[in-house]
Design a protein around this ligand. Structure first.
Ligand SMILES: Nc1nc2c(ncn2[C@@H]2O[C@H](COP(=O)(O)OP(=O)(O)OP(=O)(O)O)[C@@H](O)[C@H]2O)c(=O)[nH]1
Ligand SMILES: [Mg+2]
Length: 240
């Protein structure tokens, strides 16, 4: 467990600088590539390579992509008591019989389908929620945990998720693009809500986002792998 301070970056996303340490300009990479329109008769000429530019810009870009695809930072949020820490421990095959409410955060590294996932589990108590945004930076995917046996707080959890999605849109361009896995946890309990009821609350607040609602139980483990596999698929597909 840690204190509620701004977390250090575990890894730095590779920058888009070329070998000369400059941002990509025309002809130095996919984003900066000039259009293929013709300037006049005959074929358009390539701009001469800038002095010091790498001979293998494409190979470098590819290497960066491959590197990015092996590590990801995952943020786990959700109301208190929803089961975030239990899910994380179950995924790490640790004992889940004595879990205390999280006052700060827990970090774990998990291997999933060749990915190293650095997972940040942040406490969900009301007094801690204002600190959630301190952890948005450099996040590649959000796991949002819902206690599906707590229908009384369904509205509250959907509101928090909606606020996250909205504030992320305004302040954190990156968080607005990342995939969201909603774990509908505690499906082992008799009073767990039906999937439709959870969808009714979650779908409107995540409209337009890449998300999945996955029924699961941190207690039995059911659904956890399915959810994580979906997440890694999105990370693979989304790496540009
Ligand atoms: N039956 C059942 N109980 C669960 C499940 N997941 C978690 N719990 C229980 O729910 C309680 C809360 O779990 P935590 O993992 O501490 O919840 P949390 O979301 O981390 O809570 P905070 O750290 O306060 O934000 C614990 O008593 C767990 O044993 C589940 O899938 N089924
Ligand atoms: Mg916890």
């Amino acid at each position: 467990m840690g204190l509620l301070v701004r977390p250090p970056r575990l890894w730095r996303r590779p920058s888009l600088e070329n070998a000369a340490g400059q941002p990509p300009g025309p002809g130095t990479g996919r984003r900066g590539a000039p259009s293929r329109c013709r300037a006049g008769p005959g074929r358009a000429r390539r701009a001469p390579r800038a002095a010091g530019a790498s001979v293998f810009p494409r190979a470098q870009t590819l290497l960066r992509k491959l590197k990015r695809r092996t590590t990801a930072r995952i943020l786990v949020l959700g109301l208190d008591n929803s089961g975030k820490t239990t899910i994380l421990k179950k995924l790490s095959e640790e004992d889940i019989s004595h879990i205390m409410p999280t006052q700060g955060f827990n970090i774990k590294s998990l291997m999933q389908d060749g990915f190293k996932l650095n997972v940040w589990d942040i406490g969900g108590q009301k007094s801690i929620r204002p600190y959630w945004r301190n952890y948005f930076d450099q996040t590649d995917a959000l796991v949002y945990v819902i206690d599906s046996a707590d229908s009384r707080r369904m509205e509250e959890t959907a509101t928090e998720l909606g606020q996250l999605a909205r504030s992320a849109r305004v302040d954190e361009a990156k968080l607005s693009e990342i995939p969201v896995l909603c774990f509908a946890n505690k499906c082992d309990l008799m009073n767990a809500m039906e999937e439709e009821e959870i969808e009714e609350n979650v779908n409107p607040v995540l409209k337009g986002r890449n998300f999945k609602i996955q029924k699961c139980s941190a207690k039995t483990g059911v659904g956890l792998q399915d959810g994580m596999e979906w997440l890694v698929d999105q990370l693979n597909n989304g790496a540009d």
